[in-house]
Design a protein around this ligand. Structure first.
Ligand code: SF4
Ligand code: SF4
Length: 202
């Protein structure tokens, strides 16, 4: 314990910086280079345009970052009551595990989502937002509905990852509009935190 403490003092602060736009400009791809035809496994390229919700970032194509778009969609504004504390309840509807790991890591000392008043709820009864990840298997439909119904009002839904948004490589996704939609496979911790902060209006 003492060694750990001394190491902490010696190495200094390791928490990542605040993901504000001046420091972390979006660098997601949106421009195709080259003239070859792209054999995109998820149909994420249509008429030369990149559809972020479908992309699994396999790297097979010639997409290049432009910095002119975000990796998430925001619909509406966060209810005022969530601004002091915002509790997320993750629900796995058929993931590969990577979305879960990235979401979990936002609460690690490295990303420290707690400093933005973002917390993880242990039960949907204490949650403000349901975070759905995975391909939305039939067996999970009722469970997701029950979790949503158990949450107190007001409540919102965050859809995370290509699987949830479009089905990714194997599924068909949930054909609905969510309060916050975070594309990526998996979305990075910065993308997740940044999307929530933008939704909050920070
Ligand atoms: S990186 Fe995305 S857009 Fe490119 S081929 Fe893979 S899935 Fe399709
Ligand atoms: S979006 Fe990608 S990382 Fe997330 S569960 Fe699906 S395959 Fe895994």
């Amino acid at each position: 314990m003492t060694l750990w403490f001394l190491n902490g003092i010696k190495k200094g602060i390791k928490t990542e910086k605040n993901p504000d736009e001046s420091m972390f400009k979006p660098d997601y791809p949106s421009v195709l280079e080259g003239k070859s035809s792209y054999d995109c496994p998820t149909g994420a390229i249509s008429n030369g345009t990149w559809i972020k919700e479908k992309c699994i970032f396999c790297g097979r194509c010639d997409l290049r970052p432009t910095g002119n778009q975000n990796i998430y969609n925001i619909h509406g504004k966060m209810p005022e009551i969530f601004k002091r504390s915002f509790y997320l309840y993750p629900i796995d509807s058929g993931t590969c595990g990577a979305c879960n790991a990235e979401l979990k890591s936002i609460f690690s000392p490295q990303y420290d989502a707690n400093r933005f008043n973002i917390f993880e709820a242990e039960t949907p009864r204490h949650a403000d937002a349901l975070v759905i990840m995975g391909v939305y298997t039939n067996g999970m439909e009722k469970i997701i509905e029950e979790a949503y119904n158990a949450m107190p009002d007001p409540k919102i839904v965050i859809a995370m990852g290509a699987c949830t948004l479009s089905g990714g490589i194997i599924g068909s996704g949930i054909n609905k509009k969510f309060n916050v939609e975070i594309a990526g496979c998996p979305p990075t911790p910065y993308s997740i935190i940044s999307a929530i902060l933008r939704y909050r209006g920070d």
